[in-house]
Design a protein around this ligand. Structure first.
Ligand code: ATP
Length: 320
């Protein structure tokens, strides 16, 4: 058995804090209790304390080794793998992961108990309401996609796509498609559908991480065809018609040629497709021919900083 790096004792004080958090969970009828710990503890005892509630009790620690026995006790173990990260980041990550596992509704409530001031001592309880803007944009979704394309590029393309889906152009709905990554392969499956306005421009005038280029792209999105975007965010081509066979794909009924092409190209290449539906404004992401994320149009912009926690202001907490 692996030695436990850190063990958090359920001292009388810590146990009382867990009890208090459970009382709050019940009083507020929150979705889940999150216990953020430094290491393994007496899992059975926590489970016993929570016996009076049917809500999930999520126990989050940094290392999977420390979670041994937690699931058997009836708790929901969560390995954060964020040992060096500041408290707020660990807490936020734990909440996002819990939402990804559907222990918490994306607009639900969670009670969290954790060490905000002194390591090893559960000294803080928070009752948090998840922001509904979070939707499906969980860290797990993004990490999964990041294995192919760097996060800043994915974020920029999703933000732009969501904006196009939400706003259209001059009052008219606009649909479009971005095929991101594995550019060389993608270009083998695409042909110009008209004059490409980006052709001939220096790379710095074609980078989608740049606000001006995003504006240009919104204009061109009204024209037929797809954007072929490099992993670095540079638009390599626009107005491309993709030619890919659709066999062995399963698609939601009612989606047309744009969505089929978007999905199919990700079966043939390592690219990620981000497609905006003209009819609904919905943004869909495809990877390996499968739908991996769907973002409904919403009034407000996609927010990546999902939680605006104020860190504790006391001077000895400046590093958390
Ligand atoms: N193979 C393709 N490659 C790139 N773009 C395509 C391709 N097929 C269709 N499109 C684009 O999609 C547009 C709309 O096609 P269609 O209505 O069939 O798609 P859809 O998937 O139903 O999308 P939407 O929900 O936006 O209508 C076309 O006008 C064209 O610009």
């Amino acid at each position: 058995m692996a030695p436990h790096v850190a063990t958090q004792r359920l001292t009388k004080h810590n146990a009382a804090m867990v009890e208090a958090a459970i009382a709050l969970l019940k009083a507020r009828n929150a979705d889940a209790l999150l216990v953020l710990l430094d290491g393994s503890t007496d899992w059975k005892r926590i489970a016993d304390m929570a016996a009076g509630t049917d809500k999930p009790v999520i126990v989050a620690v940094d290392s999977a080794d420390d979670l041994e026995g937690a699931a058997e006790a009836g708790l929901k173990p969560l390995a954060l793998n964020k040992e060096k990260a500041p408290l707020l980041e660990r807490l936020q990550h734990a909440i996002l992961e819990s939402a990804a596992d559907e222990f918490i509704r994306t607009n639900g409530e969670v009670v969290a108990v954790y060490s905000g001031f002194h390591q090893g001592r559960l000294d803080s309880i928070s009752h948090l309401q998840l922001d509904e803007r979070m939707r499906r944009l969980t860290t797990r979704d993004l990490q999964m996609l990041e294995s192919r394309v760097p996060l800043p590029t994915i974020k920029a393309v999703i933000d732009l796509a969501a904006q196009i889906g939400r706003e259209g152009r001059e009052g008219k709905p606009v649909g479009t498609l971005f095929v991101v990554g594995d550019t060389r392969k993608v270009l083998e499956h695409s042909n110009d559908s008209g004059v490409d306005p980006f052709r001939g421009y220096n790379r710095s005038f074609r980078n989608l991480l740049d606000a001006k280029v995003q504006d240009d792209a919104k204009e061109i999105a009204q024209l037929d065809g797809a954007f072929v975007v490099g992993s670095d965010g540079v638009i390599e081509r626009s107005r491309q018609m993709l030619e890919v066979s659709h066999e062995d794909l399963t698609m939601t009924k009612g989606l047309g040629a744009r969505h089929w092409a978007a999905a199919a190209v990700t079966r043939k290449t390592k690219a990620i497709s981000v497609v905006v539906s003209q009819s609904t404004g919905t943004v869909r992401l495809y990877q390996d021919g499968n739908l991996v994320m769907r973002i409904e149009p919403m009034e407000k912009a996609v927010t990546w900083q999902e939680f605006a926690f104020e860190p504790p202001s006391s001077s000895n907490q400046s590093d958390t």
